[in-house]
Design a protein. Sequence first.
Lengths: 110, 112
Amino acid sequence: QKEVEQNSGPLSVPEGAIASLNCTYSDRGSQSFFWYRQYSGKSPELIMFIYSNGDKEDGRFTAQLNKASQYVSLLIRDSQPSDSATYLCAVWGSWGKLQFGAGTQVVVTP
Amino acid sequence: GAVVSQHPSRVICKSGTSVKIECRSLDFQATTMFWYRQFPKQSLMLMATSNEGSKATYEQGVEKDKFLINHASLTLSTLTVTSAHPEDSSFYICSAYTGDAFFGQGTRLTVV
């Protein structure tokens, strides 16, 4: 079992619609959760982090965390073509390492 | 956010030579840095965790004698790929963790 799992996609989203990305993790002791965006050939850039159960909103992005179900999600509202990228879920686990999921490719179509 | 500078951004080397990659935290101190490798269309694979002043912890399957990591100060960690081979060609990325994780620009290594 992978420690952090994401659907690889691609997730095709019409421009202006909501993109919904999911991530599950195996370590119940995980404390911090991150979403990164990565354009092809570039390093990941941090979009959001979340530590507590519930929702956290930042502009067009909303992260949702449910520790009991061991999942974290990211919503992108009003999707733009510039949002087309691979989104990586990362988890800081009780093992003291930052582990990444395989990433979900998002394609926003005009 | 915090700035992590990684150098060089691109390097081409001959098979059998060694390459050093530097990772610096510019405006904060990082007791922990991570080194990742990413092959095309794949996610970041953690290679090792580097703690200042102590030996790095390597992930299973990563050869510690081939990928030498030095974290001599709170702002600098280096990764040296020794006796590089074409299969070592990859995108290497460092990350400094301070509660949030910030990434260097990455180094595209091509071994010919």
